[in-house]
Design a protein around this ligand. Sequence first.
Ligand code: AP5
Length: 215
Amino acid sequence: MQIYVFLGAPGAGKGTAAARIANDADIHHVSTGAMLRDAVKNGTPAGLSAKKYMDKGTLVPDQVLVDMLGELLSTSKKDATIILDGFPRNENQALQLDELAAKHGATVKAAIDIEAPNELLISRLGGRQVCPSCGMGYHVTNMPPKREGVCDKCGTALITRNDDKPETIKKRLEVYAEQTAPLIGLYKKAGKLRTVNGADEADKVAKKIAAIIKG
Ligand code: AP5
């Protein structure tokens, strides 16, 4: 099992790039944010405990995520290539990922940091629309759907995420700077850091990352 960690602030384009790459190849896109949103929607115990943190823009307790990820790795194929979009998000989660990887015979091949300036992140998140059914992401001006408010892929009405309100966006960016950005140095020290410019056009970002994964 080969794991590629996607680092990058909220709105950097992790989900957008991962969806494009996973579409074109036999690569499994695992978004911990999407897993949590599903758990909230389904009213599971993990979802019920996660909702209050997500609505505030803070991190859900590590153990909830470690349990989810452990379950996922234990049911993944041994030859799978996995994009981890949204995990790890702090130093403890990075340590836990190494332990889980060792336990399941997986290797963290690289951490790909998608960089973008704060003004761009704020304007992207402020205009984001998502499909609650298939998870496809759009932007009202940058990446609009063909029919306003309707998912191109599955025809479901698009929604705005609960945590894309201005005050929650601000909090998420602060949490990223404090807790997740330090992982960039950690993976750099381990010789696993790769950086791409997230301000580039979405297809270009995806192509650059796909090339890193193909080696
Ligand atoms: P999560 O769902 O992971 O949110 P996030 O990290 O804040 O990232 P986003 O999904 O907001 O941004 P993205 O980089 O994927 O951007 P996107 O591609 O959508 O997490 C949500 C919450 O869950 C967290 O706050 C936390 O509470 C909890 N959580 C999740 N994982 C956790 C963990 N490990 N531990 C603890 N808690 C956890 O793009 C954004 C917009 O920009 C879109 O509109 C898109 O169309 C547009 N866009 C993207 N790329 C481009 C481009 N290149 N050019 C033009 N527009 C673009």
